[in-house]
Design a protein around this ligand. Structure first.
Ligand SMILES: *Cc1c(COP(=O)(O)O)cnc(C)c1O
Length: 401
């Protein structure tokens, strides 16, 4: 492990983690920062319980989507006033994509890749059929995105890091290529925000969305976020015209007039309790540098690949071998992947399985260290050597894999 200024022993102590567990699924649901329970409790007892409706003003609940948005913005290279926290990622994909598509009225192709997460693709399909103007989602292999860019493309919609393999697109160069043909870009940062430094403004990205419950540790179903570059604020109009995105919600006008800037992306009343958890979870980032997180994440991933390849030659790496092309997760192909993962979980090592044959391990330096990496590789080796996965109970699929 390379030396960094950030003390990762200290950050681990800021999380609640069952002692014997090795948790390599922070890319799916981040662990719980210890300060969250007290913050949520206080919000319930001292704000909601005491202030009631006055809380919207007295405790600044009304401003949370933008103040928390600005804090997330610092982690993804977005200036203040360009990120809004709220809704879930799927809804934000819809808002951002519909907004972007409307800004390219003469074009009808939404370009994405086969490694994108299904909800992003479904949203594009749903939007296209709603518009009834001949819009079409065009899917190419991840390696073929650049070649598929031409002057018919309205929006290039990509997830920066592939949820299955961890393959990472080059945001800066693909954004520049998209702009060369006049297309807008929508980046999904679900596996980027909090995993490594992101530079939305510097890459000249147009729109972005991302998840609050993965590397940002905001809790199950945490509010997500949406970004729109400042240069688009004048021209854009969201189709999800909710009263919270109105210029003056409390004038209760019969007609919609969008709020200025990113505030028009507010739709309805934000979930204040979920925002309290999210806000507490973000405090951690005041103590760490994302450059250090990236260095440590690369070292942990490299160590895991080396350990697993040495101990389990029957598995093949599904992730890019070069760290530069990878996010903060490592995946292997395994024919009996589902059963192997269930056996691992029974042994206290939590990763997850993604169809058809991927076992996936997320590395979150804030609470995962080299001892966890080696422990997980040892457990995997044991399970494969002793065929411990080969039991009927490990082959029954649960609702969430
Ligand atoms: C996890 C994830 C989502 C999740 O969307 P929700 O609406 O929060 O369920 C969306 N996109 C990508 C790329 C993801 O990895």
């Amino acid at each position: 492990m390379r030396k960094t200024h950030t003390d990762f022993e200290a950050t681990k102590r800021l999380f609640t983690l069952p002692g014997s567990l090795i948790y390599l699924d922070g890319n799916s649901l981040g662990a719980m920062p210890k300060n969250v329970s007290e913050r949520v409790q206080k919000t319930v007892d001292e704000q909601w319980g005491v202030s009631l409706i006055r809380g919207w003003n007295d405790h600044g609940w009304v401003h949370k989507p933008s103040s928390i948005g600005d804090r997330i913005g610092k982690l993804i290279g977005a200036e203040n006033g360009t990120v809004l926290c709220g809704d879930n990622t799927s809804i934000n994909v819809f808002k951002a994509l519909a907004t972007a598509v409307k800004m390219r009225p003469d074009r009808h192709i939404i370009l994405s890749d086969t490694g994108n997460f299904p909800t992003d693709l479904y949203m594009a399909q749903g939007l296209s059929s709603l518009l009834e103007q001949g819009h079409e989602l065009r899917l190419v292999e991840p390696e073929g995105v650049e070649a598929a860019l031409d002057e018919t493309i309205a929006v290039m919609m990509l997830t920066e890091v592939d949820y299955r393999t961890g393959r990472r697109h080059n945001m800066k160069s693909l954004t520049a290529k998209a702009h060369e043909v006049g297309a807008l870009t929508l980046w999904d940062l679900a596996h980027s925000a909090g995993a490594f430094p992101v530079h939305l403004d510097a890459c000249e990205a147009d729109f972005a969305v991302g998840c609050g419950y993965k590397y940002l540790n905001g809790g199950p179903g945490a509010p997500a976020f949406v970004y729109a570059a400042k240069r688009h604020h004048e021209a854009m109009t969201t189709p999800l015209a909710g009263w919270w995105g109105h210029e003056t919600p409390f004038s209760f006008d019969l007609d919609y007039r969008p709020a200025s800037g990113i505030n028009q992306m507010r739709v309805g009343t934000p979930s204040v309790l979920a925002m309290a958890a999210m806000e507490a979870a973000l405090d951690l980032w005041d103590l760490v540098s994302l450059d250090d997180v990236r260095i440590r994440s690369v070292d942990l991933c490299e160590l895991f690949i080396a350990e697993v390849e040495r101990r389990c030659p029957e598995l093949t790496l599904a992730s890019p071998r070069s760290a530069e092309d990878r996010g903060s997760q490592v995946s292997f192909h395994a024919e009996e992947g589902y059963a192997i993962m269930q056996a691992l979980i029974a042994d206290g090592v939590i990763g997850d399985f993604r169809a058809p044959d991927i076992i996936r391990f997320g590395f979150t330096p804030l609470y995962i260290g080299p001892e966890d990496v080696v422990g997980a590789a040892e457990a995997l080796e044991r399970i494969l050597k002793e065929r411990r996965w080969d039991r009927p109970e490990f082959k029954v699929k649960a609702a969430v894999t």
